[in-house]
Design a protein around this ligand. Structure first.
Ligand SMILES: Cc1cc2nc3c(=O)[nH]c(=O)nc-3n(C[C@H](O)[C@H](O)[C@H](O)COP(=O)(O)O)c2cc1C
Length: 175
């Protein structure tokens, strides 16, 4: 592994591009270290209270939701294009009944500052600690978004993850 510490702004373009294409891989773990990975397509990176933050939107129905609630931590990993099939898989089966790391041969590496692992096969890794959370307020969502995204409710919780550290493998290309 050749992961080096980088600035949180170094891979913003690649991160946002991957998020809007096939998605990013978010890992979480319970207090005993049981880990899970799910795909996210919604989120943003920015500054809040003078600190770099990764905001992710997770629906209560996700297994991941309970894990982030339990430990208040997560990592976001940018997969290279060759992991497209795995990214799709992680966004379509639940950690409640699958060990996605094992089934797809993903290698967890212990996070430096968080209990959630980073994923060796990915290129960029954000380690985040939840500083704040907020639920989508249905009454303030445009009607067309309600019918398109929330026919069953299951309104996202927005986790504000303070970016503690960012690692990258500078030799591997995302595309
Ligand atoms: C491309 C893609 C993007 C997704 N983005 C999100 C997201 O931002 N938030 C969310 O709650 N679910 C999202 N999902 C759905 C979850 O990844 C999916 O329900 C997953 O199986 C949840 O895993 P878990 O139950 O192990 O947490 C996305 C799925 C795909 C395929």
């Amino acid at each position: 592994m050749r992961k080096v510490k980088v600035n949180y702004t170094d891979y913003l373009k690649e991160t946002l591009q991957a998020m809007s294409n096939t998605g990013l891989l978010l890992t979480s773990a319970d207090k005993k270290g049981k880990m899970n990975v799910m795909t996210i397509g919604w989120g943003t990176v920015g500054i809040i209270w003078g600190m770099p933050m990764f905001l992710v939107l997770v629906r209560p129905s996700r297994f991941t939701y309970g894990l982030i609630e339990e430990t208040g931590e997560f990592t976001v990993n940018v997969p290279p294009r060759k992991l497209n099939e795995i990214t799709f898989f992680c966004g379509n089966v639940s950690g409640r009944d699958h060990d996605k790391f094992k089934e797809k041969g993903l290698t967890p590496i212990a996070g430096e500052n968080v209990i959630s692992p980073i994923i060796e096969e990915c290129v960029v890794h954000y380690e985040c600690k939840v500083l704040h959370k907020n639920d989508i307020i249905p009454a303030r969502v445009p009607e067309e978004a309600i019918s398109k995204f929330y026919p069953q409710g299951d309104y996202h919780r927005i986790f504000f993850g303070r970016i503690i550290s960012v690692f990258a493998n500078r030799e591997v290309k995302i595309d």
